[in-house]
Design a protein around this ligand. Structure first.
Ligand SMILES: Cc1cc2nc3c(=O)[nH]c(=O)nc-3n(C[C@H](O)[C@H](O)[C@H](O)COP(=O)(O)OP(=O)(O)OC[C@H]3O[C@@H](n4cnc5c(N)ncnc54)[C@H](O)[C@@H]3O)c2cc1C
Length: 346
């Protein structure tokens, strides 16, 4: 319950971004209600790979569109946001290794990435990836990066927000309208909430709500797949991204991998690519048998056009803020800070 005169903030969505911003607002003493359609629209966060990746990967084409400043801030913000209980230890900061198909491209990636990424040659690589049978001549090592179970992270943010006084309401917001008396009314499934400020952190659901407030926003959904597998003989303690596969260890699943999805392709086609990745893992580590695939989940990533980052007030609706980003798990804590600062000043 909001104390009289206290600013009431409604956060729509409880994915990585909504949960992190709710936590940050509560820590600043604001009154927060989170409206989430989690049951009918599962957060894509729960299907993410879980690489806290601010530098990109040598295995992927370089992207000039990335917001390098925000990504550079992201790991520090995550470290701070998870420094205290109950989030402490939720992230494993073991770093990441990646390489491109040529040594020159790997070296170029490391050089472009700045001080967080160094190149490592075969001998030193044996210590980072002791089980690797086929050693590339050079790899890029991002020692400051980490990995996390993304659903654990968002739930931990949400539960800390709740413990700090936030109300979490399991309701889809269908309608938002400005009140004559000031502020906004959020309506959905029989419930109505009144708020002075709104943060739309509802991923691909954002454009529909922004349109009701007179703002045209695009947040295209781009599919990608996460898969889990077991491989008892595989020894790996960090994220590994190569032209043939992207995997990490997971205490819960054994191992987790990520795979691109061609929009519109069949599930069978995606699974076939996952199997090709697993064969490449077997080959790279010289495993005696094929890793066992557990499951494949396709998620639709909200990726705003341009640099993949939308963190701005709506021009048409004072006090309403739009928040969507890719990679959203990595950026959650830094964008939560930026959004909360904006809300406090507004
Ligand atoms: C296979 C895969 C791998 C990925 N790997 C990584 C990675 O390694 N690192 C990384 O940083 N990112 C990764 N991503 C991207 C990452 O998952 C997303 O950027 C991030 O989860 C987006 O978070 P979000 O909070 O914006 O959206 P979501 O998690 O989708 O949350 C949106 C929320 O809004 C709610 N909602 C929607 N509409 C409404 C409405 N009308 N009313 C109320 N609630 C509503 C939903 O229920 C949900 O709670 C990956 C994604 C995929 C699919």
């Amino acid at each position: 319950m909001a104390r009289e005169g206290m600013m009431r903030v409604a956060v729509v969505g409880s994915g990585a971004l909504g949960a992190a911003v709710a936590d940050e607002l509560v820590r600043r003493g604001l009154s927060v209600v989170v409206c989430t359609a989690e049951k009918s629209r599962p957060p894509v966060t729960d299907a993410a790979f879980g690489w806290l990746n601010s530098h990109g990967s040598a295995a992927e084409p370089p992207s000039d569109a990335r917001d390098r400043d925000e990504l550079a801030r992201s790991l520090g913000a995550l470290r701070n946001a998870t420094a205290t209980s109950p989030l402490r230890s939720i992230i494993t900061w073991n770093g990441a290794v990646s390489w491109a198909s040529t040594a020159a491209a790997t070296a170029r990636f490391a050089e472009r990435s700045g001080p967080g990424v160094t190149t490592v040659e075969a001998e030193a690589l044996r210590q980072l990836l002791p089980g690797l049978r086929v050693l590339p001549p050079v790899v890029a090592h991002a020692s400051d990066e980490g990995m996390v179970e993304p659903d654990d992270l968002r739930r931990a943010f949400l539960s800390r927000a709740r413990a700090g006084g936030a109300t979490v309401v399991a309701t889809r917001v269908d309608r938002i309208r400005a009140r004559r008396a000031g502020g906004y009314e959020l309506q959905g499934a029989g419930a109505t909430h009144v708020a002075d400020r709104i943060i739309l952190a509802c991923g691909t659901g954002l454009p529909a709500l922004a349109a009701q407030l007179g703002e045209h926003i695009e947040v295209p959904g781009v599919p990608a797949a996460r898969f889990t597998f077991t491989a008892p003989e595989l020894r790996l303690d960090r994220v590994m991204s190569t032209p043939d596969f992207e995997i990490r260890p997971s205490a819960r699943h054994g191992f987790v991998g990520a795979e691109d999805v061609v929009p519109g392709e069949t599930e069978t086609a995606t699974r076939a690519r996952v199997h090709t990745s697993l064969s490449a893992v077997r080959e790279a580590f010289g495993l005696p048998r094929e890793p066992v695939l557990r499951n494949v989940t396709t998620g639709v990533r909200p990726i705003p056009p341009g640099n993949g980052l939308l963190c701005a007030p709506l021009a048409s609706a004072p006090g309403v803020f739009a928040l969507a980003a890719h990679p959203g798990v990595t950026l959650a804590a830094s964008l939560a800070l930026r959004t909360a600062e904006h809300i406090e000043k507004s």
